[in-house]
Design a protein around this ligand. Structure first.
Ligand SMILES: Cc1cc2nc3c(=O)[nH]c(=O)nc-3n(C[C@H](O)[C@H](O)[C@H](O)COP(=O)(O)OP(=O)(O)OC[C@H]3O[C@@H](n4cnc5c(N)ncnc54)[C@H](O)[C@@H]3O)c2cc1C
Length: 465
């Protein structure tokens, strides 16, 4: 059992970080009660905002000695409730640790603290001709520590992979309070178990990331963006798998169904080209040379037209490009606007199974009687299926939500996929982990958790049922 945060514990926390960085009053606790998961909230007893690794370690040692649970927190942009303090206790916010420590051109690496906003890192390295590819759609609000803890992806995963592919080294405060440095500025490193990758995607349940070394690439010099409308959503889905089968690797292939595009249009109060089409693909091609990118563009355009595309709109300059992408960037906000109660699902399947997945989603929606709107990273097999309540009565919604979620997960698993591609298990998908990966794999994960965090203080009530 856990200990409540007494006045004495709050005072000892203030002695570590300074009184200004300890919040206990309701007004300042409120923003830390939730993340971006609709309908999930819980009160922390105290919020602590350390400014250094040593302060993080001292807080963890105090929490371990007193058996107070800790929920690490980045920007609270998560979509599975990972940063919601469901067990009360301390929310440990990394927002003040926000320095870009070093951009190392000789090694193509950058060292950062966890509180750096992802988009700020993009801009800082791009100004020096370098490139950090992971690009969650929340990049102008989420923090790099949150990206590492979630193993975040983004549209550019088709070509470059996800956050996990760019982490070379980490500094971690483990639940004992020990500060451990893992990995380094190394391209090759096989000394022992890969603990760096154990921490990536561990959702704050194994320790707190306090510094990281990330890989960089040269900034691509050429870029073309395409908007491709289809009158049949299935044709759009078939096009995605055909592009991949032809061994063309765009940087992104994003998919949006008509109702999703319409919701974005309503939010933006602006027309999106071909918004009446059944589905739209947004395709980005990048490379070192313009000729190379244009050759790929011709080939991709031909595949799209062969599958019945209504048109292929090309954007070469920044303003046109931004206009094409605007509707995609605001989707989650637009869907929240259309139905404040909804659930974003995040299934992932082998890329060739995208057509079967989208067909199956339509079948489930019709059979169960709940709107399921699909959009997302079709090029890497990760589709966000949004279950919308609209005006369904609460009891009907709850029942249909559970049935539709269960059938969606089972559909993804039957296609060789999984229940979450980038948003994580967190608090919302715990009940399905065993079905997704098997009881044996869960038991191994549980044993790791118990070995690293025997008191169970690090982000309890997450990942495991
Ligand atoms: C509009 C919108 C679009 C999104 N698009 C994408 C997308 O394209 N791809 C994608 O992958 N996700 C996406 N997300 C989800 C979310 O933005 C990511 O999961 C992101 O990585 C969360 O970062 P954060 O800083 O907000 O983390 P938080 O929500 O604060 O925390 C997330 C988890 O990480 C843990 N944590 C945070 N910091 C640390 C740390 N330093 N050490 C240890 N644990 C830590 C927390 O305990 C929690 O479990 C989107 C969310 C929104 C709202």
């Amino acid at each position: 059992m856990y200990t409540r945060v007494s006045a004495d514990i709050a005072e000892r926390l203030a002695a570590i970080v300074g009184q200004d960085h300890v919040y206990t009053d309701k007004e300042r606790l409120t923003p830390y009660t939730h993340d971006e998961t609709p309908g999930l909230a819980a009160w922390p007893e105290v919020v602590v905002r350390p400014g250094s690794t040593e302060e993080v370690a001292a807080i963890v040692r105090l929490a371990a000695a007193e058996r107070v649970p800790i929920t690490p927190r980045g920007a609270g942009q998560g979509l599975s409730g990972g940063a919601v303090p469901t067990a009360g206790g301390i929310v440990l916010s990394l927002e003040r640790m926000n320095r870009i420590v070093e951009i190392d051109h000789a090694n193509l690496m950058v060292t950062v603290e966890p509180g750096v906003i992802t988009g700020d890192l993009h801009r800082a390295v791009e100004a020096e001709g370098l490139f950090y590819p992971p690009d969650p759609a929340s990049l102008d609000s989420c923090l790099l520590g949150g990206n590492i803890a979630e193993g975040a992806g983004g549209p550019r995963a088709v070509k470059y992979g996800t956050t996990k592919d760019f982490v070379a080294g980490l500094e971690v405060v483990f639940p004992s309070g020990e500060i451990v440095r893992l990995g380094g500025k190394l391209v090759k490193n096989v000394a022992g178990y890969n603990l760096v990758q154990l921490i990536v995607g561990s959702e704050g349940t194994l320790g707190i990331v306090t510094r990281m070394t990330l890989r960089l690439l040269p900034l691509p010099q050429a870029q073309v963006d395409l908007l491709v409308p289809f009158e049949d959503f299935q044709h759009a889905a078939d096009t995605v798998s055909d592009i991949i089968a032809k061994c063309i690797v765009p940087t992104t292939i994003e998919f949006m169904e008509r109702e999703v595009v319409k919701a974005s249009e309503r939010l933006l109060n602006k027309e999106v080209p071909f918004s009446d089409a059944a589905a739209i693909l947004l395709i980005q091609l990048t490379g070192r040379r313009q000729e190379e990118v244009e050759a790929d563009m011709e080939e991709v355009g031909d595949v799209c037209l062969d599958h019945g595309a209504l048109d292929v709109l090309v954007a070469q300059d920044r303003p046109t490009r931004d206009r094409l992408w605007e509707a995609r960037r605001v989707i989650i906000e637009a869907l929240n606007h259309a139905s404040p109660i909804n659930r974003t699902e995040d299934v992932s399947v082998p890329r060739a199974e995208i057509p079967a997945l989208l067909r199956g989603v339509h079948e489930i929606a019709e059979r169960i009687g709940v709107q399921m709107l699909s959009f997302g990273h079709a090029g890497d097999g990760n589709v966000h299926v949004n279950l919308m309540r609209y005006d369904l009565p609460d009891d009907v919604w709850q029942e249909r939500l559970v049935a539709a979620q269960r059938d969606l997960y089972r559909l993804a698993l039957s296609l060789g996929g999984t229940i979450t591609g980038e948003h994580g298990i967190g608090a919302t998908r715990r009940g399905y982990l065993s079905e997704a990966i098997g009881a044996e794999a869960v038991a191994i994960m549980r044993a790791i958790k118990d070995a690293v965090d025997p008191l169970g203080i690090m982000n309890p009530e997450k990942v495991f049922a």
